[in-house]
Design a protein around this ligand. Structure first.
Ligand SMILES: CC(C)(COP(=O)(O)OP(=O)(O)OC[C@H]1O[C@@H](n2cnc3c(N)ncnc32)[C@H](O)[C@@H]1OP(=O)(O)O)[C@@H](O)C(=O)NCCC(=O)NCCS
Length: 145
């Protein structure tokens, strides 16, 4: 399977995948985040045969009062999971974050099921598991360089 990870022209290119994976059964608009409209929002798309199958987004977002970046909306369509697509997107987001240089830390709220996926990419958990209403258990994770 040939996977190509590139920057999406806009959130509109990836919103269908984000919505299908992260907000199933809800209107596509429910998958839009307020940060998507921000000046430093960056969206990556993973394509297989010209079809978007995965995505992830990077934002400028302070962490404990310090300049930092945040990842949201990591998603890979069910039929394409566990084949390395998500890891490619995550690695590319980490690379972009380090190039942009807004601080030296990325944070994210990981779904419990995805914690090992982020640990393999160098993220470390901070604090305990907390519940995001309507979505499930999460843990704050950070990556520093
Ligand atoms: C998490 C996710 C983006 C990873 O993408 P991927 O292409 O499957 O990832 P990779 O193939 O690079 O790595 C596989 C790892 O992803 C994680 N993973 C696999 N299926 C998953 C699922 N349904 N939900 C969450 N994580 C999953 C596991 O840690 C897996 O490792 P394992 O095979 O050792 O258990 C993708 O599985 C997904 O979209 N899951 C559902 C939505 C989600 O949980 N998103 C993250 C929100 S924080």
């Amino acid at each position: 399977m040939k996977v190509e990870v590139t920057e999406a022209a806009s959130v509109d290119d990836i919103i269908a995948v984000r919505a299908a994976v992260l907000r199933p059964g809800r209107p596509v608009s429910a998958a839009r985040y307020p940060e998507d409209g921000g000046e430093w929002a960056l969206h990556l798309r993973a394509d297989v045969d010209g079809q978007v199958v995965g995505c992830g987004s990077l934002y400028r977002a302070d962490y404990q009062g310090e300049e930092a970046q945040r990842i949201r909306g990591m998603a890979v369509l069910a039929g394409f999971r566990a084949a390395g697509v998500g890891s490619l997107v995550l690695a590319a987001l980490q690379e972009r974050a380090m190039e942009r240089g807004f601080g030296h830390l990325i944070w994210l709220n990981a779904r419990e099921r995805a914690i090992p996926f982020y640990e393999r990419a160098g993220f470390a958990g901070v604090g305990g598991i907390f519940e995001v209403p309507g979505i499930g258990p999460h843990r704050l994770m950070v990556f520093k360089w």
